[in-house]
Design a protein around this ligand. Structure first.
Ligand SMILES: [Zn+2]
Length: 369
């Protein structure tokens, strides 16, 4: 379909559909968004979802899932990793491990939840969509866009758009701070609310101006929701007690809401699968789900498990937050309002109300031809 009207896309990381519904009317009162959709969750965090939404690349295509993956024979044998591996005794000391890990993390020695005994078996090859190199910068729907970082340029956005709209070019405004605020303070906090209200105030001014003076297709989209964490669970300790320390027979990695297990022994994988499936708040992804989400590679795990909404693993060293437990989390596969993202538009995009990230990509790709 040919469409000569340029697009203005506003992307807000971690604005939950549930929060918007609860505060609708208070957030934005222009009538520009007649169409509203829910963005269904997919497996992984922002590092994977952004690629899905804007470049149609699933974890299998990108070759990474939730940043950390196993490397097998090509394990990193750097001095630092060998030194960290020698700390593997810490894995076995329950009471000190968390404090020591936080100390080591603070010292810049570790950046994750990897057991020390396995540290050289993992690599982080993730490239965040918005952190691409200059050469490949933001190949959005394989089309040209003017990119505006809201958090850096909010005072100048009006002026930038003023200059751009005469040329009728596509504009992409993105805001990423809300994700960090949501993790740190939770989606029910004043911080989350205040940031969102200010952002919408700014948007309202921009949109009123743009829509009044120039014709634009306007879409507002968030990648995922944000859920208040109600409980932390430590899965490593019971797994160690049941199956021994990892490293030899099996390898394990858990971050905030995902737990992944590898082993060359099929029967051990089956035993661990049975054990984990008896835990009510853990969901093990089926073959069919792994196909749909594009996480079929074994390097992503023989078993991939995700927690039910509202739970998080402990220890947890998610992102920048080390001094306290995060209050908000996403990455779950539950389709509740809080865990889903939001799409608002002034044009009809879909017949369905609930959309997968790859549907969004396909639609925009076709509209932008
Ligand atoms: Zn996040």
């Amino acid at each position: 379909m040919r469409n000569n009207v340029p697009f203005l896309i506003v992307f807000i990381d971690a604005l939950s559909y549930g929060f918007f519904k609860k505060n609708n009317g208070k957030l934005i009162n222009i009538n520009s968004f007649s169409y509203e959709y829910k963005l269904l969750p997919t497996a992984g965090y922002s590092s994977n979802i952004h690629w899905l939404l804007f470049a149609n690349r699933k974890p299998d295509d990108l070759n990474y899932f939730t940043d950390w993956n196993i490397v097998g024979e090509k394990a990193d044998r750097s001095k630092k990793n060998i030194c960290l591996k020698s700390l593997s005794f810490i894995d076995k000391v329950d009471y000190f491990s968390d404090t020591l890990r936080i100390f080591l993390r603070y010292s810049g020695l570790i950046k994750n939840n990897l057991p020390f005994s396995e540290i050289n078996l993992f690599e982080n090859k993730a490239i965040y969509f918005f952190n691409q190199s200059k050469n490949t910068k933001y190949n959005l729907f394989r089309k040209k866009f003017l990119f505006i970082d809201y958090d850096k340029h909010k005072r100048k956005i009006g002026l930038i758009i003023e200059n751009a709209k005469n040329e009728k070019i596509n504009i992409f405004i993105f805001s990423r701070c809300l994700d960090e605020i949501g993790h740190l303070y939770g989606p029910e906090s004043n911080q989350y609310k205040n940031y969102t209200e200010n952002l919408f105030k700014c948007l309202e001014i921009i949109l009123t101006k743009v829509l009044k003076e120039a014709k634009y297709n306007v879409i507002l989209i968030s990648d995922h929701g944000m859920t208040e964490i109600k409980s932390y669970i430590n899965i490593l300790k019971p797994l160690y007690l049941e199956f021994g320390y990892p490293g030899e027979d099996y390898i394990i990695y858990c971050d905030s809401v995902y737990l992944r297990v590898w082993s060359k022994y099929g029967c051990l994988i089956e035993k661990i699968r049975r054990y984990l499936s008896s835990i009510e708040i853990i969901k093990i992804l089926t073959e069919e789900e792994r196909r749909m989400y594009g996480i079929r590679k074994v390097k992503f795990g023989n078993l991939i498990c995700v927690l039910k909404e509202g739970y998080a693993f402990n220890p947890n060293h998610f992102g920048l937050i080390i001094r306290k437990y995060p209050r908000g989390m996403h990455g779950y596969l539950d389709r509740s309002d809080n865990n889903t993202g939001l799409i608002l538009a002034n044009i009809k995009l879909f017949n369905e109300r609930e959309i997968y990230p790859w549907d969004f990509y396909d639609k925009l790709f076709n509209l932008l031809i």
